[in-house]
Design a protein around this ligand. Structure first.
Ligand SMILES: Cc1ncc(COP(=O)(O)O)c(C=O)c1O
Length: 435
């Protein structure tokens, strides 16, 4: 058996010291030790609330999804279930988690196979290959993740394969509740009243949404909003279409989604996000002119947003409006990855939609950043809504072998708090294992 390559604890990912900097650098903090974030200019958002966007691009694999990939592997090693030299790690994904798996597996000395749909952005496949990961592609695109899960079942037959099952395993929940949740609280603290009035995140695995559980634990009045593509409105009304927002909208309630703390579901049109990225990334000077601001005013946004990041920003703006939030209120959201994943997608935009002249782009800006009605926001706090979402969850996960009694336990907040409460024991055991 080969030696395990040491990695950081949850606490070291939240607060890296000198030693843990050498341990993979999986953290929301920059070199200055501050949480990497941007507060969007109010001229851009059109709302008074402060919209605080955590920036995931600067994690080592180019998105924060490396965190759950590492946490799942680390917990598997600690439990003695995954060993270098004996196992291959399998990453069911739509891209960014797979890139994280390939990156972490490479550092920790495991072969990695990433199972993902064949119609994701080309840049995703390149990164996985670059880290030495092998690809196993399934038909379709983002909303065909169920096919990825079905293919994963095939790998389970060989006990040497270890599945880093982001949709099912709780290290994803633990990473985001502890590391992302506390980072979000810290990022928002200097602004407005220092609290968080709303947390907005578009779920893929719904790991990131777990940050909302930690924010709600601190500020119980915080509204947690899950966003979906209008074209694939599964949580909203069991809609199941195809869409263009890579990383989110996977046609299911994932096992690790704590639906108890999700207060609202809001819909965002998929192509608004692609066009929104075009506007903020490649047509910034036009947007600056539309806002009556000098050239360079929006330069801080360069490169740090991807398509789902735009979705989250549009969701944050709409929730701020819907909740009537003011200048003292903070809305936190996430930019999971950056522009480096999407040149091929933007190159395709003009081919799909025809020439984008100034008049058309200006109208699009108005529509995308100022539009969106309250009819596309659903309050899922009532009990019957929770029951509906539990039902969707059961439908998927009993098919993959989860028992009714396990799913029943997930209907109590104590289940989630109990899972979160395992972190101190893990964080004690890991340094002992590192020696
Ligand atoms: C670009 C992008 N945005 C958003 C998400 C959703 O994050 P989560 O899986 O934590 O819900 C993902 C997940 O892979 C992603 O790749």
């Amino acid at each position: 058996m080969n030696a395990t390559v040491p990695g950081p604890t949850y606490e070291e990912m939240l607060n890296p010291g000198a030693r843990s900097q050498a341990l993979f650098n999986i953290t929301w903090r920059g070199a200055d030790h501050r949480i990497r974030h941007i507060v969007l200019p109010k001229e851009l958002t059109g709302v008074e609330a402060n919209i605080v966007v955590l920036i995931g691009r600067d994690f080592p694999s180019g998105s924060h999804k490396v965190g759950p990939a590492y946490a799942t592997l680390m917990e598997g090693e600690l439990a003695g279930e995954i060993r270098p030299g004996e196992n291959t790690v399998i990453g069911p994904s739509t891209g960014n988690f797979g890139i994280g798996v390939a990156y972490v597996a490479h550092l920790k000395g495991y072969p990695a196979i990433v199972i993902m749909p064949e119609q994701m952005s080309e840049e995703r496949y390149q990164r996985i290959r670059q880290y030495g990961g092998q690809l196993d592609l399934t038909p379709g695109s983002e909303s065909d993740v169920i096919l990825v899960l079905e293919r994963t079942e095939h790998y389970k037959k060989d006990p040497r394969n270890k599945i880093l099952a982001q949709f099912e395993l709780l290290p994803n929940y633990r990473f985001h509740r502890y590391v992302t949740g506390r980072s979000a609280l810290e990022a928002a603290a200097p602004y407005g009243n220092g609290k968080v009035a709303a947390f907005v995140s578009a779920p893929g695995s719904a790991g990131t949404l777990a940050a909302g559980d930690e924010i709600k634990a601190r500020y119980p009045a915080c509204a947690i909003c899950a966003l979906e593509p209008k074209e694939c409105s599964t949580l909203f009304n069991n809609g199941r279409g195809t869409h263009r927002i890579e990383g989110i909208g996977d046609k299911m309630v994932t096992l690790i989604h704590n639906v108890l703390t999700t207060d609202y579901v809001a819909l965002i049109h998929d192509d608004d996000c692609v066009m929104g990225l075009e506007l903020l990334e490649r047509r910034r000077s036009l947007v600056e002119r539309l806002l009556g601001r000098p050239r360079g005013y929006l330069d801080a946004l360069e490169g740090v947003l991807g398509i789902s990041g735009i979705c989250n920003i549009l969701g944050a703006i709409r929730m701020a409006r819907y909740l009537g939030l003011g200048a003292e209120d903070n809305v936190v959201t996430i930019a999971t990855d950056g522009m480096d994943r999407y040149p091929s997608v933007l190159a395709n935009l003009e081919k799909r939609r025809g020439p984008l002249d100034e008049a058309r782009l200006s109208a699009s800006f108005e529509e995308i950043f100022r539009g969106g009605g309250n009819g596309e926001i659903l309050d899922v706090r009532p009990r019957e809504q929770k029951e509906r979402l539990f039902g969707y969850k059961e439908e998927v996960w009993t098919r993959f072998g989860y028992t009714h009694s396990y799913l029943e336990k997930m209907k109590a907040q104590s289940f989630w708090d109990g899972e979160f409460g395992k972190i101190p024991a893990i964080d004690d055991a890991l340094p002992a294992a590192r020696g």
